[in-house]
Design a binder for this molecule. Structure first.
Ligand SMILES: NC(=O)c1ccc[n+]([C@@H]2O[C@H](COP(=O)([O-])OP(=O)(O)OC[C@H]3O[C@@H](n4cnc5c(N)ncnc54)[C@H](O)[C@@H]3O)[C@@H](O)[C@H]2O)c1
Length: 333
């Protein structure tokens, strides 16, 4: 039985508490949050103890820590937890700063403890099936990947200001997806972004609408489109064109009823947002972590993957600001 401490009892912390408690081989032992009331409420729901971060990190009986706190704390908690011998599943992104994330990568590697980053979309059954079909060579050589990822509505400005920007906060999922599906990391990155959904987002120095092109070796290309607003719901689609065909994964809709009348044919909307669309993926992500940690096998997503996606986000942020294509070698150093 894997004994787990959860740091952070916010939106995503609640999702992880449920996944940890529902898994037959893991037990939620303790929950922390700077908001002690939030930690107490979540801990009580699952028969765990509310504790301080320090009390969780220094408890030798806790085997693993799930980091679901605000982004600016992730690297510090990954380092502290691995230093005390714990396995870690940390939410994305690894940090707001690439330099800080690289230092964390080095420190965590020295401890040889397993660290997984929460790129939950890899565990979505649809995207996983697309990736598996591509890996089996069912569409020949993959050449052009297209990812659409639109949120239903923008987050509050207070969130935007501390998020690190759309490329680090939101498109980071798509950067990881692109590298995972293409089985490679890009050589160059070209980005364009604007703030047309909410001018306040632009005033805060961020964008809400963006397109990024990833240039892979041998001329392979990925195009990622993000928007903070899709009035019909969470739009999550992937299309992969190969030398012998096309694979596409569409939206998961709220129900399967289709109404056909003289006015047209209408189906339900996509599931509203990430808590609806990816609930099963979060559980599968946790199950994959438990399996790797308990069996001592390779993690399906690593800290290196997290740093790699952050480096692409850094390049995209730079490209969107300057209008120039950014060579990944200048970012990776
Ligand atoms: N993978 C996903 O789909 C996904 C979805 C949402 C959020 N996230 C990531 O998860 C993280 C949390 O996001 P959220 O939406 O749950 O935010 P949130 O604000 O709802 O929750 C964060 C919680 O962390 C607590 N916290 C902050 N600093 C802390 C500290 N030093 N010690 C203890 N607790 C602390 C806050 O009080 C808050 O309760 C972010 O990094 C975000 O990028 C990932």
């Amino acid at each position: 039985m894997l004994k787990v401490g959860l740091l952070g009892a916010g939106r995503i912390g609640k999702v992880h508490a449920k996944a940890i408690s529902s898994h037959p081989e893991s037990r939620l032992v303790a929950v922390s949050d700077v908001d002690m009331g939030a930690a107490e409420a979540l801990a009580a729901q699952y028969g765990a103890e509310p504790r301080s971060n320090e009390a969780i990190l220094s408890d030798p009986s806790i085997d693993a820590v799930l980091v679901a706190t605000s982004t600016n704390t992730h690297s510090d908690f990954i380092e502290a937890a691995t230093r005390t011998g714990k396995a870690v599943l940390c939410e994305k992104p690894v940090d707001l700063s690439l330099a800080r994330a690289k230092a964390c990568q080095k420190a965590a590697a020295a401890t040889r403890r397993p660290v997984m980053i929460g790129f939950n979309r890899r565990f979505d059954v649809n995207f996983a099936a697309l990736k598996a079909a591509s890996d089996r060579g069912e569409i020949g050589k993959s050449e052009l990947l297209s990812i659409t990822s639109f949120d239903p509505a923008p987050p509050p400005i207070s969130y935007v200001k501390v998020s690190g920007g759309l490329f680090r906060d939101m498109m980071i999922h798509d950067f990881d997806m692109a590298c995972w599906i293409m089985g490679a990391t890009p050589q160059k990155v070209t980005a364009i972004g604007s703030s047309i959904v909410n001018p306040e987002i632009g005033a805060a120095g961020d964008v809400d609408t963006a397109v990024v092109t990833l240039h892979f070796a041998a001329g392979r290309i990925a195009v990622i489109k993000n928007s903070r607003r899709a009035v019909y719901g969470y739009d999550q689609r992937v299309e992969l064109l190969g030398s012998e065909g096309l694979l596409s994964a569409g939206n998961v809709i709220e129900n399967t009823v289709v109404k056909a009348t003289t006015a047209g044919v209408v189906s339900a909307k996509p599931e509203f947002f990430f808590l609806e669309r990816y609930m099963r993926a979060y559980a599968a992500e946790w199950a994959a972590f438990v399996e790797a940690v308990t069996k001592g096998t390779a993690l399906p997503v690593t800290l290196d993957d997290g740093v790699n996606a952050l480096a692409i986000a850094e390049a995209a942020t730079r490209s969107a600001k300057t209008g120039a294509t950014v060579d990944m070698a200048t970012v990776m150093g």
